[in-house]
Design a protein around this ligand. Structure first.
Ligand code: P5A
Length: 441
């Protein structure tokens, strides 16, 4: 992408309304624009990151055996009346009346609808287990939308719903999602710690939240240091081995980890001083097992092997896809701006032309741009005639993993600079070598 043809409205100054770094940097780099309180447009740069995160979430859900669907954002109130949540959900639910005076709502979550969908498509125990998910916009009329898209009113969520014949089978489905979550967040370069959690308006009695550590997180967290040393993707776990997966999850959850809501100081104090970590965290995922809470009122029954109809056991599993964009920035930035982990970066390489209009510099940049693009890399090419200082600052703020800087002085010796945004290391290398280095990443 050539910057001269792109839409990336950079703000020169910090916006007053931004209290935390992710909100500030998302506004400054032109990733998002507020439309009303807690409601944002995703501009091209932000949209690219959102889609990358969504794709990682999708791949890990698919790998865990979940099946993608897409439910609407607008729902009828009928099913919610049946489950009893139409009144329980309170003011967070945006209620809408259509032209026929029918009560509708903008979905804050989809337990009711998916249970109804499932019920209409499945009759026998032979069709279970199943896990259906979608990635769809939700609306919650939060009292205090804040921190940009971190706590929005409209936000993108991945929500999955599992259906099983028994509580034990349901537990296995829960465990598969648990593992998928650890893998998902790690692929995005995040350390997300699973913590036992309250179930709130979703319900059930088994629940875990996944928290990314950041000083600006909304929850206070207390945990055992050993969580910081885990590499979930390296653990060789067979997700279909019921007992093996259960003991792996038991292992992951055997150490102390809790948010302030359910923190037990006496238990925490039992850890050695150097093992105790207190901090703040951002909730990026939340999983629930609620058994027959929805299947009973919504009459979602399945015929067992003995011919008797029984309510299915279900769970629901959420990931804050749009919140993750902010969560990653909170976890990965410095004074100069964002430092995108490779897996979610909006572009792989930022190419800076230090003298646009100079024939040799333009030719060298065109060659680099073409060869990196042909090799499948996404390149943001700053081909504008802005000042070099401004170009450096913008590129650092946008935070792409690699930069290639080309100017007449270096090119006289056939050299360009390659900069690693994370380490800050800059190296002068031959033009071909720069291309080889980046295409072999
Ligand atoms: C699980 C999936 C649920 O809604 N029903 C379907 C269950 N859980 S949850 O914890 O309430 O939400 C899941 C994740 O969505 C993100 N999230 C938000 N992101 C941005 N702004 C908000 N206002 C917001 N509310 C929830 C969180 O990451 C949460 O873990």
């Amino acid at each position: 992408m050539r910057l001269s043809k792109y839409f990336m409205p950079i703000l020169r100054h910090d916006p007053k309304e931004a209290e935390i770094v992710s909100h500030r940097l998302m506004l400054r780099t032109g990733m998002i624009r507020q439309e009303s309180a807690g409601i944002y447009s995703w501009l091209p740069l932000g949209h690219r990151v959102l889609r990358k995160i969504e794709q990682i979430v999708r791949e890990e859900q698919d790998r865990a055996g979940a099946i993608e669907v897409l439910m609407p954002t607008i729902q009828s109130a009928d099913l919610w009346r049946k489950s009893g949540r139409y009144d329980d959900y309170g003011k967070e639910m945006l209620r809408i009346t259509d032209r026929h005076d029918r009560d509708m709502l903008y979905g804050p979550t989809n337990e009711e609808m998916i249970t109804d969908i499932f019920k209409s498509g499945v009759q026998s125990y032979k069709d279970l287990p199943r896990n259906l998910y979608h990635i769809q916009w939700k609306f919650r009329d939060e009292v205090r939308p804040r921190f940009g898209i971190m706590r929005g009113r409209e936000f993108l969520m991945k929500d999955a719903y599992s259906f099983d014949m028994s509580a034990q089978a349901g537990r296995h489905s829960y465990n598969k999602m648990f593992l998928a979550y650890l893998r998902t967040f790690q692929r995005m370069g995040l350390t997300a710690i699973p913590m036992r959690a309250d179930t709130g308006p979703i319900g059930g009695d088994l629940s875990h939240e996944f928290l990314v550590l950041a000083n600006t997180g909304e929850s206070a967290v207390f945990f055992d240091r050993s969580y910081l040393e885990k590499n979930w993707n390296q653990e060789n776990i067979d997700q279909d081995d019921v007992d093996g997966l259960q003991s792996a999850i038991d292992g992951f959850t055997s150490h102390y980890a809790a948010t302030d809501e359910i923190h037990d100081p006496a238990e925490f104090e039992k850890l050695n001083d150097d093992q105790r970590v207190e901090g703040r965290g951002i909730e990026v995922g939340h999983i629930f097992f609620f058994g027959t809470k929805y299947s009973t009122p919504l009459e979602c029954l399945v015929q067992g092997p003995d011919g008797k109809a029984v309510p299915v056991h279900s769970g629901s599993y959420g990931i804050g896809v749009s919140r993750l964009v902010a969560g990653i920035i909170e976890a990965s930035h410095d004074d100069d701006g964002i430092i995108w982990p490779q897996a979610v970066a909006p572009f792989d390489v930022g190419l800076i032309n230090l003298k646009a209009g100079d024939a040799d510099t333009d030719a060298a940049c065109e060659k680099i741009y073409a060869e990196l693009s042909n090799a499948g890399l996404d390149v943001l090419y700053d081909d504008t005639d802005n000042r070099a200082g401004g170009k450096f600052a913008t590129m650092d703020m946008v935070g792409l993993p690699w930069q290639v800087i080309a100017g007449p002085r270096g090119l006289k010796e056939g050299q360009v600079e390659v900069k690693n945004r994370q380490t800050g290391e800059r190296k002068s290398v031959g033009l071909e070598e720069a291309i080889n280095q980046l295409t072999s990443l």
